[in-house]
Design a protein around this ligand. Structure first.
Ligand code: KG4
Ligand code: ZN
Length: 345
């Protein structure tokens, strides 16, 4: 590669993002066009709407990423794009754009796994934030709307998935619970805010899949639904007015966090982790951070997470993940395909 600057594109779900990253670490720009406004009207991401919105803004987002980094196409050394897992229609927009830029510029192109991206968000340097040191093995929890993956990182580019979700992801469970509690979308921040005024006094399960680090959150959502039915007995099911919403939100959040923290702790002990890393939108959760900080103190290892804008979907993490494969000579071409699910799970 003639330059260490990589232009990265991410469009796997409902955020259109582009970034310029130097040497897999230094983020020169990271632009994210959120579609939250549109999808919040429906209480969740509508795939067809998401892909159409990506088409509308992708070229402007890429141009802004170049402008904010103060670089032009001729300064770049490579192109990276998320090609899965994610929504097929959304992924196709980013991948088609990346192929067009590859064809027009001749820059080397690599497809990046979205989870690889989230794992690598931890190693990004921003002007006001230094990324994690390359201290391995590291146990990394990626918890977002689409994923709950516990991975063992052996290097920036080698990792083993220790566990994943059998059904709903952690963020998805929070989003669904928020809908049941009529707290709005996205549900994670709404539940966190409501929970601040409440106590986790309701008994909800901590789902366990014996002998694995896998997660299952759909039963927890069902338990909340049953609890709401009980509390609603004798009055209109649709009237949340007199329900203890703050306590219900606090109880649900506590159950999700306890479940995640239990597995992260056990995995860190089992694998002799030298650090615990967090990524994905749910990594923004204050209770999760506080409880993991306690685990870090107990095990005497650091717990690290990226700043919020790198926790949620972004392209800087994709540029960071692309560096090792680009350096190793990996090259994709116009045949690069998209995929919807992780093979490991
Ligand atoms: O990583 P992300 O932006 O997109 C996906 O790849 O899914 O994560 C979005 C998820 C949503 O489910 C949202 O409710 C959750 O992250 N989230 C949070 C918080 N902020 C965002 N969950 C808990 N607490 C938060 N503060
Ligand atoms: Zn994500």
């Amino acid at each position: 590669m003639t330059s260490e600057l990589v232009l990265a594109i991410e469009s796997s779900c409902d955020d259109t993002a582009a970034a310029v990253v130097a040497g897999g670490r230094r983020v020169l720009s990271s632009v994210v066009a959120s579609q939250d406004d549109v999808h919040s009207l429906f209480g969740g991401v509508v795939p067809e709407v998401a892909s159409r919105k990506h088409v509308e803004v992708i070229t402007a987002v890429v141009q802004r990423a170049l402008d904010e980094a103060r670089v032009t196409w001729g300064d770049l050394g490579g192109l990276a794009v998320t090609n899965g897992p994610g929504l097929i229609g959304s992924l196709l927009v980013g991948v088609s754009a990346a192929k067009a830029y590859h064809l027009a510029t001749g820059l080397p192109l690599v497809g990046v796994n979205h989870i690889d991206g989230h794992l690598n968000s931890n190693f990004c340097d921003l002007p006001d934030h230094q990324g994690a040191p390359e201290d391995f093995p590291a146990v990394c929890l990626v918890a977002s709307g689409g994923h709950s993956d516990l991975s063992l990182m052996l290097s920036r580019s080698e990792y083993r998935v220790l566990g994943c979700t059998h059904d709903d992801a952690a963020g998805e469970a929070l989003d669904k619970a928020a809908r049941l509690l009529k707290l709005g979308y996205p549900g994670g921040p709404a539940i966190q805010k409501a929970a601040e005024a409440g106590e986790p006094r309701f008994d909800l399960p901590r789902p366990l899949i014996e002998g694995t680090f896998d997660f299952s959150f759909s039963g927890l959502k069902t338990a909340l639904m049953r609890l709401l039915q009980q509390l609603n007995k004798g009055r209109s099911a649709d009237d949340p007015a007199n329900l203890p919403i703050a306590d219900l939100a606090a109880s649900f959040q506590q159950a999700v966090v306890d479940t995640l923290v239990r597995d992260v702790r056990e995995a860190a002990v089992q694998e002799g982790a030298r650090q615990i890393l967090l990524a994905g939108g749910v990594a923004a959760n204050r209770l999760l951070r506080a409880e993991l900080a306690r685990v870090g103190e107990e095990l005497d290892i650091p717990v690290r997470y990226p700043p919020f804008k790198l926790c949620t979907d972004n392209a800087a993490m994709v540029g960071a993940a692309a560096w090792a494969p680009l350096q190793a000579g990996k090259r994709d071409n116009l045949a690069l395909d998209v995929f919807s699910a992780m093979e490991a799970c």
